[in-house]
Design a protein around this ligand. Sequence first.
Ligand code: SAM
Length: 299
Amino acid sequence: MRQKADEWVNPGMYTRNVWFTDKDENQALSLKYTGEVFHDVQSPFQRVRILESPKYGKLLTLDDMFMTTENDEFHYHEMISHPAMMAHGNVKNVLVIGGGDGGTVREILKHEGVEKVTMVEIDGEVIEACKKHLPSIAAAFDDPRLELIVGDGIEYVKQAAAGAYDLLVVDGSDPVGPAEGLFSVEFYQNCYNALNENGILIAQGESPKFNENAFAELNATLRGLFGEDKAPVSLFYVPTYPTGMWSFQYGIKGNINMKSFADQAAADAFVDAKGLRYYNTELHTASFALPNFVKDLLK
Ligand code: SAM
């Protein structure tokens, strides 16, 4: 579990060599930042800060955790979106839980076949901070296909119509504070019900190297609900999360094979047309190949 960072230093005191540290009890990742704090608001849910790193550009932190940076956000946002979109091939109705920075809906809405995306983010302060300071990430909030709801995603899926969605994306933070319930069996049971018979669930899956227990427990929950061979895991590299190795975890309700494509030529053409910088079809397939120690964690 990630811990509180060191005592927040007064940024006015320093002009150089100021570090923000995201850590658990054993290891940490630090990024130097410029000393300038663009946004620092304690919302009812968490402390929302926008800082700037010389290497990674402007970045969002929630409480004491890195969430996203201008420089590497595409690793996460392309990989949370496009593999499921390409494997399914006919996604029209999407529910996104969390994702307040806007990067996930930006990527999903690049697909012209998508008719509607409902995004439920608990903290309006995250949305406002990102619109103001991270406009390249919060770039699709004006898309007419997006319905943006500020509210609790856990409550939202409880009352969602059965079989409503082709794709359900859980773009939440670590299992602390408002996101704790985003790791419960009850929440994923409700997600399962909200998906249609060919639906796909994808969730921010934690790290098999940084927080093994949360990673393995989430997969056990998904295997229990969707089936033993219906909860594949993909890995991707994200430099600004501790250890750099992170995962997305899936729940497949029908018979879609996540390693393949509804139409590979169309997927390749999409990658070129949209100028994607992380996702491609080779990487899509490869991201489901797991090191043996990760396979062991999932047994
Ligand atoms: N997209 C990101 C990235 O690039 O790594 C990080 C995700 S971050 C924006 C996760 C979001 O989930 C936060 O904005 C947080 O407020 C939201 N969240 C946490 N618990 C939630 C809940 N119960 N319902 C809806 N949103 C929630």
